[in-house]
Design a protein around this ligand. Structure first.
Ligand code: THR
Ligand code: THR
Lengths: 166, 166
């Protein structure tokens, strides 16, 4: 049976910003990312879960070197000063399990979560697609998480991956 | 300049389930998706934003035909009856903007949000990666959203895409 998990990537250079209480009306998220794009910020993940009470949080990740500029740019927006606050965190890392056909193999995400949970690694954020399961955890767990996933999925850590992990 | 947006995909056959107030401790999300995997449920997107008060919501999408089975499976879990509730919705669709190198082109996500917002389409959920910006909107907006994105990104709707949209 063809293994569907191809590799594990670790990105330590990420920081996250959560914009809290974004009004759940058309145009809100466009305002936020329009400003970031104008400011030339490189955005990686964007995560927004469904609103339950008229507003929701929007979280995105940027390279750590873009964190201050992202915050300053957003603070200039009316919506930020009046209704939302910015919660930022540099002490995170992103781990991605990369494969193919993972949608029909929901077990891959479940197994990844199980492997991390078993090592007592708390999962802060999750964003998945057919080819990638991405989680954000505290940066202290980066190496342990990669090890747990490699062992659990029977992968050998390549030189290339070890390089990316540093 | 090479266009980096390649196409727009519409999936009308999705339903979403939000598990509310999932304890932000290791193993919680593993329990949820372990059960779903055991029940043979096909999961597409998984979205979890950062917790702010010790718990957070976890949302995932499944084909509409798997919705009832997913709900029944999760209701069997202790965590669901005691602390969390399940909020499900069939009336959604998922729209994905597919391209390459979109991480360094955060403007693509910003532009997609702007195009949708301008047509008064409310964005319920967002999950992005380097190659895909996915949003969940009310199913009534499916066709309008695809049209707005095609026009805004200068794409021609292919026969293949029209097929996928039905
Ligand atoms: C919360 C935010 O995504 C809002 N629903 C919008 O469409 O912009
Ligand atoms: C909320 C949930 O993801 C929890 N943090 C876990 O690791 O399982």
């Amino acid at each position: 049976q063809t293994p569907i998990v191809r590799g594990v990537a670790l990105d330590r250079n990420e920081a996250k910003i959560t914009v809290t209480n974004v009004a759940d009306i058309p145009g809100s998220i466009a305002t936020i990312f329009g400003k970031l794009a104008n400011d030339g910020v490189v955005v990686d993940m964007i995560i927004q879960n469904a609103s339950r009470n008229g507003s929701t949080d929007v979280t995105f990740t940027v390279p750590e070197q873009d964190l201050d500029r992202s915050i300053e740019g957003l603070q200039a927006l009316d919506l930020i000063s009046s209704t939302s606050e910015l919660i930022s965190d540099r002490a995170i890392c992103k781990i991605s399990i990369v494969g193919v056909g993972m949608r029909t193999h929901a077990g891959v995400a479940a197994k990844a979560f199980e492997l991390l949970g078993r090592d007592n690694i708390n999962i802060q954020m999750v964003s998945t697609s057919e080819i990638k399961v991405s989680v954000v955890v505290h940066e202290r767990y980066g190496e342990l998480a990669v090890r747990a996933l490699h062992e659990g999925f029977g992968l050998h850590q390549s030189a290339g991956e070890q390089q990316a992990a540093s």
